[in-house]
Design a protein around this ligand. Structure first.
Ligand code: ADE
Length: 263
């Protein structure tokens, strides 16, 4: 069964260009995922098709009302027997990251609720108990772009979504390190050269250089990720250090048979 992704929104038309392009499009064509967009306003019950109202207690902006969102969620969930993981896009949510994308890529069904205006009536969160997710510490005008970011990051992780299976394994964040620098033709551009090691043809040496670059970059640019990496890989890093120390000692020590000092 393909992963089913439902998106509830007041602006379904925003999604077509993203879901209809590149990897998200190809993943759907390959039958790995299906997208279902629902207009929340279709569930409004008054003559004005209202989905929001002024906040109790005063304040600026408008608040998304319970009834339309509850009705939309229930109607959409009834379209398929598989229970959905409910996600509500909000700057108050947990920060979206690669481990969460990996986790969500293993689900059968996701239901994303993208709101607009100042926010949601709190009873939407209390009653429907969605996972609240934020894509970063900034405020967007609505959850739509955030939903698209999530869908893109999740769908490319589905087995078979990327051309080369390797693609998603090698890259940034897969093991907590940033990506190594990449180069392509020409070998020299405006006085800048491709590092010699990449032209050496020595695959072992290239792999070691790339790992070193990934570690250096992570250390310099993302101390938070680096700290997590050294904690997680303490045993491996210690083994590497001991091996390097041994190698260094061997280099310095005179070879067997050359030491005649005790005769
Ligand atoms: N809606 C508004 N801002 C958002 C954010 N940063 N992440 C998710 N949804 C949002």
């Amino acid at each position: 069964m393909p992963l089913r992704i439902d998106i509830l929104t007041l602006f379904p038309e925003m999604f077509a260009p993203i879901l209809g392009t590149s990897i998200p499009k190809r993943a759907a064509e390959k039958g790995l995922v299906s997208y279902h967009l629902t207009q929340i306003r279709d569930f409004a019950i008054d003559g004005h098709k209202s989905v929001d109202d002024k906040p109790f207690g005063g304040g600026h902006g408008m608040v998304m009302m319970c009834q339309t969102v509850y009705d939309a969620v229930r109607a959409v969930e009834n379209q398929d027997q598989r229970p959905a993981t409910r996600i509500l896009l909000s700057p108050q949510g947990r920060i979206f990251d690669q481990p969460l994308a990996e986790d969500l890529a293993r689900k059968d069904r996701l239901l994303l609720i993208a709101g607009h205006y100042e926010g949601f009536d709190e009873r939407i969160i209390d009653g429907l108990q969605p996972m609240e997710v934020s894509i970063g510490d900034y405020v967007l005008s609505g959850g739509e772009l955030a939903a698209m970011v999530m869908v893109d990051a999740i769908v490319r992780l589905l087995p078979g979504a990327l051309g080369a299976e390797q693609g998603a394994i090698d890259e940034t964040f897969a093991d907590g390190l940033l990506e190594y620098p990449q180069y392509t033709k020409p070998r020299e551009f405006e006085g800048m050269n491709v590092p010699e090691v990449l032209l050496s043809g020595d695959h072992g040496k290239i792999a070691r250089w790339r790992l070193e670059q990934r570690r250096l970059r992570t250390q310099q640019r993302r101390p938070d990720l680096w700290q997590a990496y050294i904690e997680k890989n303490a045993a491996m890093l210690e083994a590497e250090r001991l091996k390097a120390e041994k190698k260094e000692k061997r280099k310095r020590k005179p070879r067997g048979g050359e030491d005649f000092g005790t005769i």
